[in-house]
Design a protein around this ligand. Structure first.
Ligand code: ADP
Ligand code: UDP
Length: 249
């Protein structure tokens, strides 16, 4: 620990910048002090304003949205490696529920997924709430949700009072790139029943008709952080990392 501190630039030693880390301290990993100092250094270097964080007992949520294959899952794994978030993919939770023995929703979920339709919110929202509770954690990336007005309304009814939504991370990606990535994922053996051209046409249509208006809604409320998802995954992540650091994480 001491060696890591000793290598920090001299400018930081005087503590000229005060960054309140009230909430962060609830989630500190073993080397958190080093991490917090490094975040401060990064902010100074890039002339970013320090975020003054307030304490809150509610779990924090970042929604991760973007077209099918935009790279949401890929970037979420990188965020989890770098920051203190727990990744909850609504699609993964639905696929797990579909495969759970005795699930009353298995057939319904499979039909919705294969046809690129959006599963009724009560099912998805309950899976998300249970996963949040069972994790015992308090910082979540909710990946691939909310995808339509029904999702948003259901979330607002069931969850919005129980959590603090921080922002929406939106991976902006051309349709052709998205389709190509999903087809590659299918050919690479994803085993997903919807990584084929027929399902993809429907998924893209659902995204354009139902999901984009939700992203626009959040944009109108000033809650969207938009990332260009077309470069390679590491390049995309450097933008993502910058976004999280500048938001105080
Ligand atoms: N920036 C990128 N450039 C090229 N391929 C990518 C990039 N990000 C993800 N991929 C690949 O594209 C496919 C879809 O990515 P994934 O993260 O599963 O997308 P999503 O969760 O948005 O559906 C995967 O095979 C993944 O390895
Ligand atoms: O909140 C959600 C998330 C996913 N899905 C369904 O699960 C599929 C796959 O979603 P996922 O996020 O796993 O993949 P993506 O389409 O983003 O690649 C979607 O097309 C929907 O049919 C859904 O109904 N509700």
């Amino acid at each position: 620990m001491w060696r890591a501190f000793a290598r920090l630039p001299r400018a930081l030693e005087g503590g000229t910048e005060v960054v309140q880390q009230i909430t962060l301290t609830q989630h500190l990993p073993p080397h958190s002090n080093v991490r917090n100092f490094c975040s401060t250094y990064y902010r100074k270097k890039h002339n970013l304003q320090p975020i003054i964080m307030t304490s809150s007992s509610k779990p924090k949520v970042v929604f991760v949205l973007g077209g099918p294959g935009a790279g949401k899952g890929t970037q979420c794994s990188k965020i989890v490696d770098r920051f203190l978030f727990t990744h909850l993919s609504a699609g993964d939770l639905l696929r797990e529920e579909r495969s759970r023995e005795g699930s009353e929703f298995g057939t319904l979920i499979e039909d919705y997924i294969r046809n690129g339709k959006i599963v009724p919110v009560d099912v998805t929202c309950s899976l998300l709430e249970n996963a949040m509770k069972n994790s015992g954690k308090s910082l979540f990336l909710i990946d691939g949700f909310p995808r339509n007005q029904d999702n948003l309304d259901g979330w607002n009814r069931q969850m919005s009072e129980k959590v603090d939504m921080q922002f929406v991370l939106f991976f902006d990606c051309d349709e052709e790139v998205c389709v190509k990535r999903c087809l590659n994922r299918g050919q690479g053996g994803s085993g997903r029943s919807d990584d084929n051209l027929e399902s993809l046409k429907k998924r893209i249509q659902t995204y354009n008709n139902d999901s984009l208006p939700i992203i626009k809604h959040f944009e109108g409320a000033g809650q969207v952080k938009k990332i260009d998802a077309s470069p390679d995954a590491d390049k995309v992540f450097s933008e993502v990392e910058r976004t999280f650091l500048s938001s105080g994480f």
